[in-house]
Design a protein around this ligand. Structure first.
Ligand code: ZN
Ligand code: ZN
Length: 827
């Protein structure tokens, strides 16, 4: 056993163990080990943003605590790491950085720039993840932008096409006019905004009579295909079936009957345009109405918009409102609060366009998603409703094609002569149809030899929603089902509707089996003021700075203990500081213990006489292990860290160590067995604390283990020592009650010292304890040595088995101490 160094140098310790663990290979998943039960973590491949933020620290601390805990539990843990490289975000940043639009440069050049930026960002984020001490098996690292990963994404596309889940169709989709691409429902954010309701006159055909329509989107008047009213609305039911003029447009549409119209909103008369919103889409389908394609892909008015053609949407709105005013058709306007959909990447208002796209048939899977979500544990449980509610609310299939560059290509070609769709065969992938020809000589339908490759690419969620299978080794390992489904899918509250949902539908469709067996949800990190963390609000904390200043172990305690799992948690510097102080306390107490244990040989068979207080702390330690194990099993990390810190700081350091110090100092022969009892207890309790803390603060606990325990325990790292099993033989409620009583007595005397403003080390000249009854008196007498030593009783120490004069028999703690304090003058 080596004495501990005085200074706790976290930076040095953390760096050292991060590289030593890597050298030891303790994070390696053993692919050949079929004895240990596997435990696989579906680590989300993060979107490389270049900066590790506190939200990432929270996520990776969660994943890592689970990984380390399960490793100690004896599982063969797979903790993989990939990078979700593609997507609009990177393209937009490249466009900004180079001050271009993607079409200004050749596609290859643009992709090259995207790859460069992603590589740079990955390097930055990886450094942060390493610095946090995440126990990732880096031999598993993958990047979704690599052709070898394309292979997997494309293979899944091909297989799903074969199974009838992928289809091409012309349907309304969400469209971002800024990014000029289709986007999925999950990429649409809903924001509250002030809008204007325009009350516009629609004249009935051949009549001076008009109906008033209130709309917040007058620019869609050129695409009006019907007017609808509720058949139960007596004001308007008589008009159903009549023709009505579309203002400014010189054409008529029919007034139709629609029960979903809310007579209370606006005027109760509604214009149906293609497409002002999702409701319009439903009505058009239901009533088989024609479609006027008013918007182009860049968000301008098309030729269908007649004189407004070529204008952007807001320009068209201004022009149409001006013309309505001139024509006397605009009766009034009023401000309203409305909810609009915006692109989650660029914040442009999302439009609905009818375009030819590739879709994945997801609607038929909704019931299976819900069933599977219900069959597995969620931590916390209520979070499963987010997935279920989202699934129930969906009304469109998933549009998987995107009109972008930096993404996995869709492995499809079109025959020049007959238009036949050629989907790649399984053996062709990875393949880029933008650059490569299909591996066939002629079109199977018409014999034509010319083909055009699909230029659309796949939604980035198509890459990342097969991770459970990919992590398990699909499609290359024949034994991939050994690791499938993933044991846990960890996810944030913000990506349940995307990641958890897409994983479910992709894997259910591909393999008829759910992708994961449990879900662990983390909340978002807020600023200390409880608001969303942002640089402009000045409540932002940069993770690299926090990690450099306080170290990973302190920061991880904030992540573990900042709040209940699944809830949003604020980042508070004082929480990290509290974590750091706890580590310093543990470091110091360990240094102290290592001195007192200098002559302790854990393997020696010398006699040991356990005292009440030894049994007391041993029993409490078992109860702690029980509580912490239960907390880890339920992913209640905040409960685990609080239990351990309270126990270590208050029960172990303040009470136990303080009360056995004296016993440990006395090296006389007649005291030897009692001293060894304190040594052994100290040694074993500290070891259990280190083990229970190991998943949360791995670095400092490893450093202590290596100095004090490695030789005795015989394993190369604390991280692979077996998780403590609760030893019920050591649990004893009576002993705990008795020990608590003795501690209460010590506390009582200390309080009296403090009340007289005396220093804690001042001796007690005489101590009279009124124990209330014989049993208590015997108990105190049995611990007289430890009590006297702890309190520095130098004179009389008497225990009286009744209440003090004029005192009731006291309730718990059941003892009253009358103490006289004073300095001892040496003669
Ligand atoms: Zn956008
Ligand atoms: Zn053909």
């Amino acid at each position: 056993m080596q004495p501990m160094p005085k200074e706790y140098n976290f930076a040095e310790i953390e760096r050292k163990w991060q590289s030593k663990w890597e050298e030891m290979g303790i994070y390696h998943y053993d692919w050949n080990d079929k004895q240990r039960v596997p435990y696989s973590i579906d680590t989300p491949p993060p979107y490389p943003s270049g900066e590790l933020h506190m939200g990432n620290v929270l996520n990776w601390t969660y994943f890592d605590m689970v990984a380390r805990y399960k490793r100690m539990q004896g599982f063969n843990v797979l903790f993989p790491q990939g990078w979700d490289c593609h997507g609009l975000g990177i393209e937009i940043q490249v466009e900004k950085a180079k001050n271009i639009r993607k079409r200004d440069v050749p596609p290859d050049q643009f992709r090259e720039w995207c790859i460069e930026l992603v590589e740079k960002y990955i390097a930055m984020m990886k450094e942060g993840i390493l610095k946090m001490g995440a126990s990732i098996d880096w031999t598993t690292e993958y990047k979704t932008m690599d052709p070898d990963y394309w292979r997997r994404t494309q293979l899944s596309f091909v297989l799903l096409h074969k199974k009838g889940f992928m289809y091409q169709g012309t349907h309304p989709v969400n469209w971002c006019p800024r990014d000029e691409t289709a986007i999925a429902d999950a990429e649409v954010d809903h924001v509250k905004k002030e809008g204007t309701l325009h009350y516009i006159r629609f004249y009935l055909e051949g009549s001076n009579e008009y109906l008033l329509i209130a709309t917040s989107r007058p620019e869609f008047i050129p695409a009006c295909v019907a007017v609808e009213v509720n058949p139960k609305d007596e004001r308007y039911s008589k008009y159903i079936g009549r023709k009505i003029s579309v203002p400014l447009m010189n054409r008529e549409v029919t007034i139709i009957s629609e029960e979903s119209v809310d007579p209370g909103f606006g005027t109760g008369v509604v214009q149906i345009c293609t497409y002002g919103d999702k409701e319009d889409v439903k009505t058009v389908i239901k009533h088989k109405l024609p479609v006027i394609r008013l918007l182009t892909e860049s968000g301008r008015i098309s030729e269908a918009g007649c004189k407004y053609s070529g204008l952007y949407v807001n320009q068209a709105r201004a022009a149409i409102v001006a013309d309505l005013t001139t024509a006397g058709l605009l009766e009034k306007t009023e401000k309203i609060q409305q909810e609009v959909g915006v692109c989650d990447r660029c914040k442009a208002q999302v439009e609905i366009l009818e375009v030819k796209q590739w879709f994945m048939k997801t609607m038929p899977l909704s019931k299976a998603v819900e069933k599977n979500a219900n069959e597995i544990p969620w931590y916390p449980d209520y979070m499963k409703n987010r997935l279920i509610d989202w699934t129930r609310a969906l009304d469109w299939d998933w549009v998987v094609s995107r009109q972008r560059l930096f993404a996995t290509p869709i492995p499809v070609w079109y025959c020049h002569s007959c238009g036949e769709v050629i989907v790649a065969q399984e053996s062709w992938v990875p393949i880029d149809p933008r650059m490569e020809k299909p591996h066939i000589d002629k079109c199977p339908r018409c014999g034509g030899v010319g083909f055009t490759g699909e230029t659309d690419v796949l939604d980035t969620w198509m890459d990342s929603s097969i991770t459970c299978a990919v992590h398990a080794g699909w499609p290359d390992r024949s034994d991939w089902k050994h690791l499938y489904p993933a044991s846990v899918h960890p996810s944030g509250t913000d990506i349940i509707r995307t990641w958890a949902y897409y994983l479910m539908v992709r894997h259910l469709a591909l393999f008829d089996q759910r992708p994961f067996d449990s879900v662990l949800i983390n909340g978002m990190v807020l600023g200390a003021d409880g608001r969303k963390m942002s640089k402009s609000l000045k409540n932002y904390a940069a993770a690299p700075e926090v990690l450099n200043k306080s170290g990973a172990d302190a920061t991880r305690q904030w992540a573990a203990g900042g709040g209940a799992t699944g809830s949003d948690i604020p980042y508070r510097a004082q929480d990290v500081e509290y974590g750091r102080r706890f580590l310093v306390k543990l470091w110091n107490v360990t240094g102290f213990a290592s001195n007192l244990l200098a002559d302790y040989d854990p393997k020696a068979k010398a006699e040991v006489e356990l005292q009440l207080l030894d049994k007391w702390i041993l029993s409490k330690t078992e109860n702690l292990a029980k509580k912490v194990t239960e907390a880890f099993e339920k992913c209640q990390f905040n409960v685990a860290i609080e239990e351990i810190r309270n126990f270590t700081w208050h029960v172990f350091c303040d009470y136990y160590i303080e009360s056995v110090k004296d016993r440990l100092y006395h090296q006389e022969e007649e005291n030897a067995a009692k001293r060894r009892a304190a040594q052994r207890t100290l040694y074993e309790v500290l070891y259990k604390i280190l083990q229970l803390l190991a998943p949360i603060t791995p670095h400092l606990t490893e450093e202590i283990y290596q100095n004090m325990y490695a030789e005795d325990k015989g394993l190369k790292s604390l991280q692979i020592t077996p998780w403590p099993k609760v030893d019920n033989a050591l649990v004893d409620d009576t002993i705990e009650e008795e020990g608590d009583k003795v501690m209460a007595l010590i506390e009582d005397v200390r309080r009296k010292k403090a009340a007289q403003k005396l220093p804690l080390n001042i001796p007690v000249l005489s101590l009279e304890v009124y124990a209330g009854n014989e049993t208590s008196a015997d108990l105190i007498l049995s611990c007289k040595g430890d009590i006297a030593g702890t309190l520095k009783v130098v004179g009389d120490f008497s225990v009286i088995p009744k209440a003090g004069q004029g005192q009731e028999v006291p309730q718990f703690p059941g003892v009253i101490a009358v103490a006289i304090f004073g300095t001892v003058t040496k003669k």
